[in-house]
Design a binder for this molecule. Structure first.
Ligand code: SF4
Ligand code: SF4
Length: 111
């Protein structure tokens, strides 16, 4: 497990984490951002940059549902897309993905 972004990010999207990530592995959904588990090098820089403490490291106590949520964003077909995102090798080249995971979408809709 690598670093993961939890539901505290939903609706925030301020990009402080993106600005400090040395490998550009934090991708933009609609209501939330997601860390690519294959591209993250576990440097930890994003954890303290996040103003709402939405990011947890592999050794932090955390709800496993958010590690799964970050994985789903890359490995599974998201609504409105015709193939999984996979590991594109850099979020800035991809830009806004235009979709969220079903879990993040549900939580955003309930708020
Ligand atoms: S732990 Fe480091 S490499 Fe991983 S997402 Fe955070 S800033 Fe990027
Ligand atoms: S800094 Fe925190 S709230 Fe802002 S986009 Fe990153 S994870 Fe989400």
């Amino acid at each position: 497990m690598t670093h993961v972004i939890t539901d505290a990010c939903i609706g925030e999207m301020d990009a402080s984490c993106v600005d400090v990530c040395p490998v550009d592995c934090i991708y933009e959904g609609v209501e939330k951002r997601y860390i690519n588990p294959d591209e993250c090098i576990d440097c930890g820089a994003c954890v303290t940059a996040c103003p709402v403490s939405a990011i947890f490291g592999p050794n932090d106590p955390q709800d496993p549902v958010w590690a799964e949520d970050n994985r789903v964003f890359f490995d599974e077909m998201l609504p409105g897309r015709d193939e999984p995102l996979g590991s594109p090798g850099g979020a800035s080249a991809v830009g806004p993905v235009g979709a969220d995971t079903p879990l993040a979408s549900r939580i955003a809709a309930d708020r």
